[in-house]
Design a protein around this ligand. Structure first.
Ligand code: ZN
Length: 202
């Protein structure tokens, strides 16, 4: 198979796809801290291949593992990094980001009122109209029918309380659920660096 040039790369780089399934746009690099743990789990620390290569040339990272996909420029050929590690340790954030995905993950992708897994939305336990905030402690996964039924009423008014009190999860809480709901895409070279430490931390 002859290499297929892909345009639009950074700094005049042209990626040649050596594998029919590989596209440079589908080649993010997992970013590890200097201790070889992911810089962040939720969301998983990933860089585009352009950012990863930039960091390599700025001497900020080591290449730990590579894709088969090669980028070429007039002066060099290089396999795209699939895992890089920072040369300087950065103190990681201990709290997962408050994102839609992470709220669903905390709630195991199930409605906190009826356990349905379909048609999931978000519910403010204390409605916004009653001063409820958009925070870990006040937002839960809820299916559309439950969300509609609850509307902007207080939990006691409609006797609808979340099965699990809304809370700000730790990375470990999300790890536990993350194993049940792994992300859609995990490159095989990443697996050595994911999840292994979850049992060891408090
Ligand atoms: Zn429901």
């Amino acid at each position: 198979m002859s290499p297929v040039p892909i345009s639009g790369g950074a700094a005049g780089l042209t990626a040649h796809v050596m594998h029919p399934m590989a596209s440079p746009d589908g080649c993010p690099a997992l970013v590890l801290n200097a201790d070889f743990r992911p810089l962040s789990y939720y969301p998983l620390s990933l860089w585009s291949w352009q950012d990863a290569i930039k960091a390599v040339f700025m001497d900020r990272v080591n290449i730990v593992s590579e894709y088969d996909t090669v980028v070429r420029s007039p002066s060099f050929n290089m396999k795209l990094p699939s895992v890089v590690s920072l040369k300087t340790y950065i103190k990681p954030s201990r709290t997962p980001a408050f994102t839609r995905f992470n709220v669903f993950l905390r709630d195991r992708f199930s409605c906190q009122y009826c356990a349905s897994r379909e048609d999931l939305t978000f519910d403010h336990v204390i409605p916004r109209s009653k001063g409820g905030l958009t925070t870990w402690e006040n937002v839960v996964a809820a299916c559309s029918p439950c969300n509609l039924r609850k509307g902007d009423k207080m939990p006691a008014t409609v006797d609808m309380f979340p099965m699990q009190k809304a809370y700000a999860p730790t990375v470990n809480d999300l790890h536990r659920n993350g194993k049940l709901f792994p992300p859609n895409y995990l490159h095989e070279s990443w697996l050595d660096y994911l999840y292994w430490d979850s049992e060891l931390e408090p």
